[in-house]
Design a protein around this ligand. Structure first.
Ligand code: AKG
Length: 252
């Protein structure tokens, strides 16, 4: 059984003032090892239509090589990740001030050669269609460093709200923002809200960097998970369910 992280009032205040919160060692080394094992099991699950969603990318080190970039829609197919998403619901509920409901989850693999993420706010990916506020939790699976592309967050600018849905941030939006790298160890967590600008660099190192993300909203704002995945499946299905005649564009 994974422990349920509990936040202090000081941590809740940091989250609201800055838009993010780092909790070191929220899971023990044994729990972190278990989550690593689960991630190996997840990556080894066969890819099949209607199952977990697997996405690939071309390696930046060797474009002839294809890498797993991301697996989404996990918890129905892996009991461990179901337990993890459940364990994180309580501290997110503390931050939301009421019960949290899961919106989506994924593992970003960022293998050696894996690409980074352009600066964005999560709600820019059309999440504002479902409700106006989400909190995500990053669970560090492998050590994340500047060299392998750890998360970089901006403090304070979450208070500006959503810039524009389905459009990346412009240079003008980013004036005065400073992206700060947040290296993490297995078992560390980073909570951040859907307006907190963040980005990450490609992984040009030789060390894998897997991070799990679970996103929640207030239960009183509705359970949007099924609709979100149905909509996303239409526009950006997992690789195995793609129509070879179509071009799919990752927008934000
Ligand atoms: O995993 C990362 O490096 C950043 C992920 C991210 O920003 C996203 O998936 O929206």
């Amino acid at each position: 059984m994974l422990r349920t992280p509990v936040l202090t009032q000081d941590q809740i205040d940091v989250f609201y003032n800055t838009g993010s919160l780092v909790v070191r060692g929220a899971f023990s080394p044994e729990e972190a090892k278990l989550i690593q094992e689960w991630t190996g099991e997840l990556a080894a699950l066969p890819e099949a239509p209607g199952r977990q969603w697997v996405f690939h990318e071309k390696s930046l080190k060797d474009p002839a090589q294809k890498l797993i970039s991301r697996i989404e829609y996990i918890h129905p197919f892996h009991a461990g990740f179901k337990e993890l998403a459940e364990a994180l619901r309580a501290p997110v509920g503390q931050l939301l001030g009421e019960e949290a409901v899961l919106f989506k989850e994924k593992v970003n693999f960022k293998m050696p050669g894996g690409d980074g993420f352009k600066p964005h706010q999560d709600s820019q990916a059309g999440w504002d269609k479902y409700t106006d506020f989400f909190i995500s939790v990053l669970v560090c699976i492998d050590e994340a460093t500047v060299a392998n592309g750890c998360l970089e967050v901006v403090s304070g600018h979450h208070k500006r709200g959503l810039f524009r849905s389905w459009e990346p941030m412009t240079a003008d939006d980013m004036k005065g923002m400073s992206f700060v790298s947040v290296p993490t160890q297995p078992g560390d967590l980073i909570f951040f809200d859907c307006y907190a600008p963040h980005q990450s660099q490609p992984n040009l190192s030789d060390k894998i960097r897997r991070l799990y993300y679970a996103t929640y909203n207030k239960l009183s704002a509705g359970d949007h998970q099924a609709q979100y995945y149905a909509d996303k499946h239409k526009n950006y299905p997992p690789d195995i369910e793609r129509d070879p005649a179509k071009t799919y564009v990752f927008r934000v």
